[in-house]
Structure formats: structure tokens, C-alpha cells
Ligand binder design. Structure first.
Ligand code: AVI
Length: 320
């Protein structure tokens, strides 16, 4: 699997992230080589993802921001004021302020595994919304999270923008939705971004932009393996490829060998024949029905749904 997942960092005596090493060594030994997508996001990868959100072909960020900007009054009418907004991932983008401005919440609770990043973005948000209680929680939200006592009496609104749910295979996505249900409790609401199935050319361009930013994001994984795991992967012998799988309704990112190559990682030998690939990410796209089916399987009943003007992206409000 190339699933997104989260885990607290556990390093060996040499400072090597044990989970990263285990995933890479196991993934490279498979007949279809595959590395979980979470490893794309070291500091360089996170910066490259921020850059992707600015490229012309990558529409999801702009489309979702358009919805959050335009539909604030409708969100407010649907969820009411005074809710504790629990964001899965700490909001570093413009999306969180748009939601908080629209619905006048009772508190803001960002959940993130990356403590430093969480504290920085929480401080920035607290400065922007003086008077709003902000309670960051450093936690793996793939499991039930104990929320701060200060919000125990408030109704909750979960917020999971970006179609990040699409980076998980359905089974993991359902596990996450169930964990969100356990964290937030029955009667809570969830506002979730889910990208839509569309013309293949538009999708492929969004994941293979002309400036090559997404390619760099993908290739950075090979560079990260070389940096952190003492690898000697010939990065210039790999190329980025974005494939659309129409049966699974997902874009797959692969690193494809341009020629036969051999390399070592942590002293273990691997080879790739020309054309062979390492599968590095899935980005599932949804129809109205498939998004509702996924939410229902995770315990959430869809209540309202919005799309941007061009119909590229959806934001769904669901109830536990
Ligand atoms: C973070 N996630 C929702 C992005 C996506 O669109 O699947 C990651 C990404 N990968 C390549 N471009 C963007």
C-alpha cells in the first residue's frame, strides 16, 4: 500500500527513523515497489507540496478555498455558533481562517502529529483570532484522540479539508472516519473536502504540472531515502509519472526507471528494470455517490454538499 498514515517518530541510535526504514526496505522488496505516501512529507517535501498548491494546473486548493469563501453563511446556518472546531491536521493555509470567520466557533482544536508545526500554526491562528480559545493537541488522529476538558461541553465540528482523505485506500479512509467519530462523539458534525472525478487530462495535468513541481515533490522521496537511509539511488535515472486508474478512480504517482538500475539502501541491494516503477501515492477522486458511501461506511451521514463554480471539488457536511 502507499497509504498516508501517521506515527510518532521513533529513531535508532544513529537517528534513523525506524518506521521510514522499515517501510522503504519492505516496499522496495515487493514485486510492485511501493512506499507509503506519508514519507513524501519531510521539510523539503512539505515545502514542495505548498508550492504545488500554487501551480496553475493544481486546482483543488483554489477550488476548495472558493467554496469556503463563498459558502460561509450557509455553513454558519447549518452548524450554528459556539462549536469547538476540531481540525484534523493543523491549519497552515487560508482555509481555516475562512471557516473560523464564518461560523464564530467556541474554540479551535488543531490535532497534528508534528508538534513544532502545530505550535507555530496555532500561535499564528491565536494572533489572528484574539479571544478565541485555541487548544492544540499533539496526537495521531488515525486513532481516537482525547480532546481537552475545556471543550468537553461544546458541540463539535470536525474539519478535514484538502481531500486528504483521498490519499488513503478506502479501507484506511473508513478507519479514519470511524476514529474521527470516536474522537468527536455522536451528534458532532464533520466538514470534509473531497475532490471529484473529472476529465482525465485535467486530473493528470494537476499531478504532472508543466513546471515540474509535482515531479520534484515525487523525486524528493528518492533523495530523502539517499539522505536519511544512506541510499545511492541514481535519482537522475528516475522520472515522475502520474497515472489515472479508472477502475479505482485514482491518480497514482510513480517513480519510473528510465534505464536498468541497481542501488543499495541501508546496505541492502535492489534493482529496477527500465520501465519498472516505485508507487509513491494514491489520490482518490469521488463522485457524489462514492463520497457519500465512504462517509456512511465511516459512520457519518451526509447532510449538505457544495461544489465550486466549475464543479471540480466538493465540500460535504456530515453528521455523526
Ligand atoms: C495532500 N493531498 C491531498 C495531495 C493530493 O492532491 O492528493 C497531495 C499531492 N500529491 C501530488 N500533488 C498533490
Amino acid at each position: 500500500t502507499t497509504d498516508t498514515g501517521l506515527a510518532l517518530v521513533d529513531r535508532d541510535e544513529e537517528g534513523v527513523d525506524r518506521a521510514f526504514r522499515a517501510d522503504v526496505l519492505a516496499g522496495l522488496a515487493q514485486s510492485q515497489k511501493a512506499i507509503p505516501a506519508r514519507w513524501l512529507y519531510d521539510d523539503a517535501g512539505s515545502q514542495l507540496f505548498e508550492d504545488i498548491t500554487q501551480v496553475a494546473e493544481y486546482y483543488p486548493t483554489r477550488a476548495e478555498t472558493e467554496i469556503l469563501d463563498a459558502r460561509g453563511q450557509e455553513f454558519a446556518a447549518a452548524v450554528g455558533t459556539g462549536r469547538a472546531v476540531v481540525e484534523f491536521g493543523s491549519g497552515s493555509s487560508v482555509k481555516t481562517p475562512l471557516l473560523l470567520t464564518a461560523i464564530d466557533p467556541g474554540a479551535y482544536v488543531p490535532l497534528d502529529i508534528a508538534g513544532d508545526f502545530l505550535r507555530e500554526s496555532s500561535a499564528a491562528l491565536a494572533a489572528k483570532f484574539p479571544g478565541l480559545p485555541v487548544h492544540p493537541v499533539e496526537a495521531d488522529f488515525m486513532r481516537e484522540v482525547a480532546l481537552p476538558d475545556a471543550v468537553s461541553d461544546m458541540p463539535k465540528l470536525g474539519f478535514f479539508p484538502g481531500s486528504t482523505i483521498g490519499n488513503m485506500v478506502p479501507r484506511s479512509a473508513v478507519d479514519l472516519l470511524r476514529a474521527m467519530f470516536a474522537t468527536l462523539g455522536r451528534g458532532s458534525k464533520l466538514l470534509i473536502g473531497m475532490d471529484l472525478i473529472k476529465d482525465e487530462a485535467v486530473l493528470r495535468a494537476a499531478y504532472d504540472d508543466a513546471a515540474g513541481v509535482t515531479g520534484e515533490f515525487n523525486l524528493n522521496l528518492a533523495r530523502r531515502i539517499n539522505r536519511e537511509l544512506g541510499g545511492d539511488i541514481p535519482v537522475d535515472a528516475l522520472r515522475h509519472e502520474a497515472r489515472w486508474d479508472d477502475n479505482l478512480a485514482r491518480i497514482e504517482m510513480h517513480l519510473v526507471a528510465k534505464r536498468d538500475i541497481a542501488f543499495t539502501v541501508c546496505g541492502q541491494e535492489f534493482s529496477m528494470a527500465e520501465g519498472e516503477s516505485i508507487h509513491t501515492e494514491n489520490s482518490h477522486k469521488f463522485s457524489r455517490r462514492s463520497s457519500y458511501a465512504l462517509l456512511l461506511a465511516g459512520g457519518w451521514t451526509p447532510q449538505m454538499r457544495w461544489k465550486d463554480a466549475e464543479g471540480r471539488f466538493s465540500v460535504i457536511l456530515a453528521e455523526a
